[in-house]
Write a protein that binds this ligand. Structure first.
Ligand code: ADP
Ligand code: MG
Length: 299
């Protein structure tokens, strides 16, 4: 697009301290990276389209946060530590204040997790953001969806349901009379962050993992299908916030939200009986809850 170079320079090029494993970032035909020996590279791409994944008039800071957080969440669900990101962005117009807010929020999160923007492409068109993230995982240590076995215990990190309630508020589908509660749940939707430390700590402990982006039922379903095992969930153990109960008006409704809410970027993972004891130490800074077991052994 015309003015592409100045736009890239102004908002996207060389805004971060370079990682040691980045040989060449923006400015040439390709970026060059140098992963250390013994590392595998995990790669994931996600596209966010205006009107489908966010409202056209959404705060650009929220769009940037969501785009990067959801991509980083895919990396950590594999046990990969975030390293590099490329951005394809299509913009309907050159809007300086929009770009300013978008890029500052993007780099704030990117710097926090040590992931470096190494390249991309900028075009004119309907607002769309495609990110390709790459992360590092020691050879053979990636957490997959296909490793769960009969008898494994099923866990989730954090609390579930707030992101769906926040989305209800944003879409004005369901709004509580309590304005502070509405805005708190909306904030939790927009500011959800990926469970990076937990994902890395689970490498040696979990048999499978996935990030919850479509809802627990659906995402746990992916693990079960790929691992070819079943699950018995203890719905009474589902973790959710007091704010969610207030918002939906009761425990049962909160459980429904916890089962179907996505985009809080919590992890769902399975752990073999033999590794259960290590969880407390490995996840010492992350809240987690056992919500069931893959049937096969009598508990
Ligand atoms: P090319 O003509 O080779 O496709 P471009 O003009 O598209 O190169 O981009 C010039 C440089 O700027 C490249 O190094 C590219 O990776 C980088 N770049 C373009 N758009 C973005 C963006 N949105 N974010 C980060 N880097 C970008
Ligand atoms: Mg290009």
């Amino acid at each position: 697009m015309s003015g592409e170079f100045s736009l890239i320079d102004k908002y996207f090029a060389h805004k971060q301290q370079s990682r040691k494993d980045v040989v060449l970032a923006q400015g040439d035909d390709c970026a060059i990276v140098a992963p250390s020996n013994g590392s595998h590279i995990a790669i994931s791409t996600d596209t966010l389209v205006s009107g489908t994944h966010f409202l056209a008039d959404a705060d650009p800071a929220h769009i940037a946060h969501k785009a990067l957080a959801s991509n980083i969440s895919d990396l950590v669900a594999m046990g990969a530590s975030p390293a590099w990101v490329s951005m394809g962005i299509s913009l309907p117009e050159m809007n300086a204040s929009w770009l300013e807010r978008f890029s500052s929020a993007f780099f704030k999160l990117a710097d926090y997790y040590g992931i470096q923007l190494i390249g991309g492409d900028t075009t004119r068109g309907p607002l769309t953001i495609t990110l390709t993230v790459q992360g590092l995982v020691p050879e053979g240590k990636a957490l997959t969806r296909h490793g769960a076995e009969s008898g494994d215990w099923i866990y989730v990190t954090g609390k579930l349901g707030d992101a769906k309630a926040g989305l209800d508020v944003i879409l004005e589908k369901n709004i509580s009379g309590d304005r502070e509660l509405n805005s708190e749940l909306q904030r939790r939707h927009f500011e959800a962050t990926p469970r990076v430390l937990a994902g890395l700590a689970l490498r040696d402990i979990a048999s499978s993992a996935i990030d919850i982006s479509d809802g627990l039922i659906s995402d746990l379903g992916h693990i079960l299908k790929r691992s070819n095992v079943g699950a018995r969930l203890n719905v009474a153990e589902l973790p959710f916030s007091d704010e969610l109960v207030r918002f939906v008006g009761g425990t049962e409704a909160a459980q429904q939200y916890a089962l179907t809410s996505g985009e809080e970027y919590e992890l769902c993972f399975t752990v073999p009986e033999a590794n259960r004891g290590q969880l407390e130490v490995a996840l010492s800074t992350t809240p987690f809850t056992c919500i069931g077991r893959s049937p096969g052994l009598v508990s």
